[in-house]
Design a protein around this ligand. Structure first.
Ligand code: UDP
Length: 238
């Protein structure tokens, strides 16, 4: 990719494209990290899989009436998006108990969370992305009550649409993380970043086998094989 490197994160590089202000190229990397960067590897092929899966999901959400930053998939590892200022918080939606909520609140693993639980985390690597409440977000994240309500309402709508999408592929949507941003000249928050097995927990509906980054976090499987399997299952239900 030629263009100005604007930002490099753990899983993606972000480039500004000459001649098209307001648009960015997201270039996925083959890097995988877990536990706030303590565990890391380079897995050739991961960029292609994350880009394909995230592009597919954002395209589906667009067709289901959800506004996002996504414009189109450009190449095997790149996509074109609208430039946004990312709000420094993560919105997590949980349908089934797994991961940090189990450790934090002692909830029975794999139990159903009805209605879905929404959690906010402060995007701050130094602090390890701590859990926060609405008042903390108002204080730290340059957001209003309306922004928080809009993000939560969109997160629940994305949850409904993704459950529908993944159920058709025989998958249980356990939980996922969303990020939002604001486009230049607009105050509205719009869905941004990626939605992929790096940012979702997805289990086989029947066996409850993990088809997401937990296989890497827990060292229980081959991440590339699992992401490939997930992609094949999503494509099969198109
Ligand atoms: N998640 C993410 N990025 C983060 C933290 C969490 O994409 O920095 C996703 C994670 O993949 C899972 C959901 O958010 O689908 C909830 O993660 P949790 O709080 O359970 O954290 P973990 O158990 O992974 O530490």
């Amino acid at each position: 990719m030629t263009g100005n490197l604007l930002y490099e994160g753990k899983a993606k590089r972000v480039y500004q494209v000459e001649g098209t202000p307001g648009q960015l190229v997201l270039a996925y990397k083959d890097d995988v990290t877990a536990f706030n960067g303590e565990k890391k590897d380079i897995l050739p092929g991961k960029a292609r899989l994350n880009n394909a899966i995230s592009s597919h999901i954002f395209q589906e959400l667009h067709e289901r009436g959800i506004r996002t930053h996504f414009i189109k998939k450009l190449s095997a590892t790149e996509q074109l998006v609208h430039q946004t200022d990312i709000v420094p918080l993560e919105v997590v939606v949980r349908n089934t108990a797994a991961g940090s909520i189990v450790r934090r609140l002692g909830i029975e693993p794999k139990s159903a969370l009805t209605p879905p639980v929404i959690e906010l985390f402060y995007k701050n690597d130094e602090l390890g992305d701590p859990l926060m409440n609405d008042d903390h977000a108002l204080l730290l994240c340059d957001v209003t009550h309306e922004d928080l309500n809009a993000m939560k309402a969109q997160a629940l709508e994305v949850n409904r649409q993704l459950i529908d999408l993944f159920t058709a592929s025989g998958l249980e949507l356990v939980d996922f993380k969303l990020e939002f941003g604001r486009m230049a000249g607009s105050n509205n928050v719009v869905l941004a970043d990626e939605i992929s097995p790096d940012t979702c927990r997805l289990w086989d509906l029947e066996t409850r086998e993990n088809l997401d980054k937990d296989v890497y976090r827990q060292g229980t499987g081959d991440l590339l094989e699992v992401y490939e399997k997930l992609m094949t299952r999503l494509e099969a239900s198109l």
